[in-house]
Design a protein around this ligand. Structure first.
Ligand code: HAM
Length: 423
């Protein structure tokens, strides 16, 4: 019997994981300077939270959730995204009472969606995201968008496109919804069965349908931007004004429809325009969700945020041929000639590591030559060979593997020598 990772999941092996850590470092740095401290919520929540939060008519809730009954007969779901959970935590911990609003948080962790897996689309993927809940200042929309762009820019990406749109408020969405129904209803028979269901549930999602994307009725559908009331239009203008002030380029796309139900006002996506990136070009998605906290039982608390997967960020870096400087070099490899030397090497390695010097030794009983080869494979910066004469002399040659230079160093000086030379 042979086992494989479940479809749509992957093992991140050493050699690859350093890239993850590198971009996670960029994210942690930026959330620190923008002041979005981390929040950690459970990997599963009650199913109802996502039904209400993400929305019953969405693909996520209808087709993609990993839902199970726990031993107490409760319906639980592996989280498909973070915004609903964070809004729940905001209400549960009464963060709306915090004198400093908005409450700004970030998160980084696995999400689960039963999707058709393909390059860039997985069933378990890691999302980095931020949420700012408790303010409807358009300046925070611009801050959140800027933070998302910075993650990509500071990771080394250049070929990016920011697309924004406004979905307006409840009143606007209602009027637009009716206009869409009137537009599509006479011809709905030409559309796929999913769209036929969407007509009544959420006609906006017809615009997002992959099957019917080429239908001319999609292109000629009433545009939400034409229905914006004065308040929504002004809000959108202000968001754009802040983006302009920050020097952030964007394209307004009135057909930008996000796949989750909680959005209103500002929505945005960041795409990769790198050649050969593949079919799925969206790296990041986000927007404003002014009614969500109320929907799950809290007081009126407007919010905005985004999420991006690390998987797609790394694919974009690959497409742009950006190499990340991952700095995982080994400082020292200790080659041992016999059991007595091995005992000393174990002691040495422990004392080096205690001082922050990375060190490795042979645990496979290999001959000296094979150990030297291992040191080369591991790209050790320094190598020392310990044998009976070194133990007798209480001194050892330390070889710089890059220059080939060697220096004899007394045992009691080895730590200091390595600390001053390893850089
Ligand atoms: P979303 O558009 O569903 O939004 O996902 C956001 C991002 O997560 C996508 O742009 C993509 O980078 C990544 N992603 C989604 N599904 C997959 C997948 N199957 N495989 C790999 N990456 C994936 C949300 O999740 C919202 N919660 C974003 C948000 C936060 N809105 C406001 N606050």
């Amino acid at each position: 019997m042979s086992f494989k990772v479940p479809r749509g999941t992957q093992d991140i092996l050493p050699g690859e994981v350093e890239k993850w850590q590198k971009v996670e470092g960029v994210m942690r740095h930026l959330t620190n300077v923008y002041r979005y401290p981390e929040i950690r919520t459970p990997m599963f929540e009650s199913t109802e939270l996502f039904q209400r939060g993400v929305g019953d008519s969405t693909d996520i809730v209808q087709k993609e959730m990993y839902t199970f009954e726990d031993r107490g007969g409760r319906s639980m779901t592996l989280r498909p995204e973070g915004t609903a959970s964070i809004s729940r935590a905001y209400v549960e911990h009464k963060m709306f009472g915090n004198p400093d609003q908005p409450v700004k948080v970030s998160y980084l962790g696995p999400m689960f969606r039963y999707e058709r897996s393909q390059k860039g689309r997985y069933r378990q993927f890691v999302q980095f995201g931020v949420e700012a809940i408790g303010s409807k200042d358009p300046a925070i929309d611009a801050e959140v968008i800027e933070l998302a762009m910075r993650v990509y820019q500071e990771s080394g990406l250049k070929h990016l496109k920011l697309v924004i749109n406004s979905l307006g408020d409840q009143e606007v969405r209602q009027a637009h919804r009716q206009a869409l129904i009137d537009h599509f209803a006479p011809h709905i028979g030409e559309f796929c069965s999913d769209c036929q269901k969407r007509l009544e549930q959420n006609p906006l999602r017809i615009l997002d349908c992959k099957v019917d994307a080429e239908n001319p009725l999609t292109a000629s559908a009433p545009k939400l931007t034409d229905y914006l009331n004065e308040e929504s239009a002004t809000y959108f203008e202000q968001v754009k004004m802040y983006l302009d002030a920050l020097g952030i380029d964007y394209v307004v796309d009135p057909n930008l429809v996000r796949g989750l139900d909680y959005y209103n006002h500002t929505t945005f996506e960041i795409m990769s325009t790198a050649e050969g990136f593949g079919a799925i070009t969206t790296l990041c998605g986000g927007g404003r969700y002014n009614g969500l906290v109320e929907e799950i039982g809290g007081p009126e608390s407007p919010g905005i945020g985004f999420a991006m997967s690390i998987e797609r960020l790394l694919l974009a870096l690959e497409a742009e041929e950006v190499t990340l400087d991952t700095e995982d070099a080994l400082d020292l490899y200790i080659v041992t000639m016999d059991d007595a030397a091995k005992l000393k090497a174990v002691e040495f390695a422990s004392s080096f590591r205690a001082r922050g010097i990375s060190a490795d030794i042979d645990y496979a009983g290999r001959k000296m030559k094979a150990q030297m080869k291992a040191a080369n494979r591991l790209e050790a910066k320094y190598v020392m060979v310990l044998g009976s004469s070194e133990l007798e002399e209480q001194a050892v040659n330390i070889k710089n593997m890059e220059t080939g230079d060697q220096e004899k160093v007394p045992f009691h000086d080895v730590v200091n020598y390595l600390l001053t030379h390893k850089q």
